[in-house]
Design a protein around this ligand. Structure first.
Ligand SMILES: Cc1ncc(C[n+]2csc(CCOP(=O)(O)OP(=O)(O)O)c2C)c(N)n1
Ligand SMILES: [Mg+2]
Length: 556
């Protein structure tokens, strides 16, 4: 007998006439994005026209170089933890933004790059169209995990929505969309605008959680290592640290996950000592590259890893247990399980207080850097955001600057790319107008994006930047002095007068000689809330490297 099939009518979806650009912009807004960091050009004219039409809901912050736009989006993403976007023309525009996109990838930051393209029919033909670059899609695909290409208005909304969702799905990270010059303006009936999809409920493997709890519950000396993936699990890690009396190591993005005022919050030098003594490690949202490869592992060190990316935990060395997913719900399940172990740990507060004091004595070698950092910490409010650079003050800050909360210490991750600082801080300050942001720079790094002072003025972004001026790529210079018999090359710099430089843009320019003057300048500048540059003349500074690149502590 033939089966009776009920005819089900597909619900008709409302169709509206829109351009590709309008559908893309409406989708950005529907997903809560309210700013586009941008540098325009003919390939994206229709896109900018759609921005113009949506200006009540979406601000365009235009910069003076594409790296500025991309770093601003990165800074905004890091400071808020929310998706951000930037847009550039193809070819040179894309490449100019490349270092920032690479850094976003390294830092798992949700930054959406919207990139123009040459006419659709000409792609791959090598005719030499304006801004043409061979295999742009291939280049983009190597910079992000999710890349797509919009061919017509009907698919624009779904593709933009998928790109945004991809940035927070599983391991977060940047995404990219290309759209050709002759597609942005195309009009057609398009399906309704895609809205945010609810995130899938966390899947927690309770057997693995139990196995992890067993390891950590039985261990005598646990060390927690927090990376960028732990930023949203600060309460859970704080509680776990207390239950297990486990110190928490943070270096760059993990700083502040456990408040630095807690003596169990440690940075690299103490972290290495504790790694050497630990019988178990709980590593949350970190690659764990340096501890495993520099400090070493052996059979007596039992490692439990929590990571959003299923491939990450075993990349260098297989852990005892890998828990895959968002850190916070997994750690809550782990806490519930650990309670059963009825752990009564000897409090380690006094021990760690003593060890921190000893470390401070050792770090006194970095006195010039530490005096400046003390001045900065004294004036930067608790919620204020410190944006790091690859500079002497920056290296010392990673070791010794007290950080009270996640997302208040932005440091460039494993790319450690000189020059990211000023524009990234500008994006952070733009997105977090409610708190002061400080950009810390060397004279070498600052001039990579110092031109964005013009953006600070144009968009009224009250960022305060400090530039430590030693007239050199100081780090390079010291290495040449100490390790290459003072054979100096390519390290001395001709500098502008930074105060006049800032003033020429219309920003406030100040000079502070020494930490005391810096404190006063910072207090006044933070209170005034206007684009400011504080130049701090300095001499050569002592090397921090013995506290960062450390020798093996266990294993072969
Ligand atoms: C993109 C990039 N290029 C080059 C380097 C190598 N590098 C590391 S530190 C440094 C010098 C930094 O000079 P400056 O900003 O003045 O800071 P200082 O060391 O003088 O405090 C250089 C060139 C880098 N880390 N990133
Ligand atoms: Mg310098």
């Amino acid at each position: 007998m033939p089966k009776f099939r009920k005819k089900t009518k597909k619900p008709r979806r409302a169709m509206t006439e829109m351009s590709t650009a309008e559908a893309a912009v409406a989708t950005l807004i529907a997903h809560g994005l309210d700013t586009v960091y941008a540098l325009p050009g003919i390939h994206n004219d229709h896109l900018f026209d759609a921005f113009q039409g949506a200006s009540e809901n979406l601000r365009v912050v235009h910069t003076r170089h594409e790296q500025g736009a991309a770093y601003m989006a990165l800074g905004a993403a890091l400071a808020t933890g929310k998706p951000q976007t930037y847009t550039v023309v193809p070819g040179p525009g894309l490449l100019n933004s490349g270092a920032a996109l690479l850094t976003a990838y390294g830092m798992n930051a949700p930054v959406l790059a919207i990139i123009g393209q040459i006419p659709a029919a000409a792609i791959g033909k090598g005719h030499g169209h304006l801004h043409e670059i061979r295999d742009q899609a291939g280049i983009v695909a190597r910079l992000v995990d999710h890349a797509s290409f919009i061919r017509d208005p009907a698919e624009a909304s779904a593709k933009v929505a998928r790109a945004i969702q991809s940035m927070s799905h599983r391991r977060p990270g940047p995404a990219a969309i290309e759209c050709p010059i002759d597609v942005w303006g195309k009009r057609a009936l398009v399906p309704s605008i895609a809205t945010p999809a609810a995130p899938p409920p966390p899947k927690i493997d309770s057997d693995k959680v139990r196995a992890a709890a067993k390891i950590l519950g039985k261990a005598g000396r646990v060390l927690i290592v927090a990376g960028g993936g732990a930023e949203d699990a600060s309460p859970e890690i704080t509680l776990l640290s207390d239950i297990l009396q486990a110190p928490v190591l943070g270096y760059r993005r993990g700083r502040g996950v456990l408040d630095s005022r807690d003596p169990l919050s440690v940075t690299l030098p103490l972290g290495r000592e504790l790694w050497a003594e630990a019988d178990a490690v709980l590593a949350v949202g970190t690659r764990l590259l340096n501890p495993i490869t520099q400090w070493g592992i052996d059979k007596t060190l039992h490692i439990v890893r929590v990571d959003a990316d299923p491939e990450e935990p075993a990349r260098i060395s297989k852990p005892k247990v890998a828990l895959v997913g968002d850190a916070a719900p997994i750690l809550r399940a782990l806490i519930d399980e650990l309670v059963r172990f009825n752990i009564g740990r000897t409090p380690r507060r006094d021990e760690l207080l003593e060890r921190q004091a000893k470390l401070r004595q050792r770090l006194a070698k970095l006195a010039p850097q530490l005096a400046f950092l003390e001045a900065i910490r004294a004036e930067l409010p608790e919620d204020g955001i410190y944006v790091d650079e690859v500079t002497q003050i920056g290296f010392a800050a990673r070791l010794a600057f007290p950080v009270y909360k996640p997302r208040t210490f932005l440091s460039p991750g494993y790319q450690d790319n000189l020059g990211w600082g000023y524009a990234t801080a500008l994006g952070a300050q733009h997105a977090r107008n409610d708190v002061p942001v400080l950009s810390i720079n060397g004279d070498g790094g600052f001039l990579y994006t110092g031109n964005e002072l013009a953006t600070a003025l144009r968009h009224n972004i009250p960022l305060v930047a400090i530039v430590f001026v030693d007239g050199a790529f100081g780090n390079v210079r010291r290495i040449q002095q100490e390790e290459f018999g003072n054979r100096l090359i390519a390290c001395d710099l001709a500098n502008p007068d930074f105060v006049k430089y800032a003033e020429s843009f219309g920003a406030a320019g100040r000079r502070a000689r020494g930490p005391d003057e810096l404190r006063v300048a910072l207090r006044e500048s933070i209170a005034r809330r206007e684009p400011t540059l504080i130049e701090v003349p300095v001499g050569a500074m002592p090397s921090p490297w013995e506290f960062i690149m450390m020798s093996r502590a266990r294993g072969k």
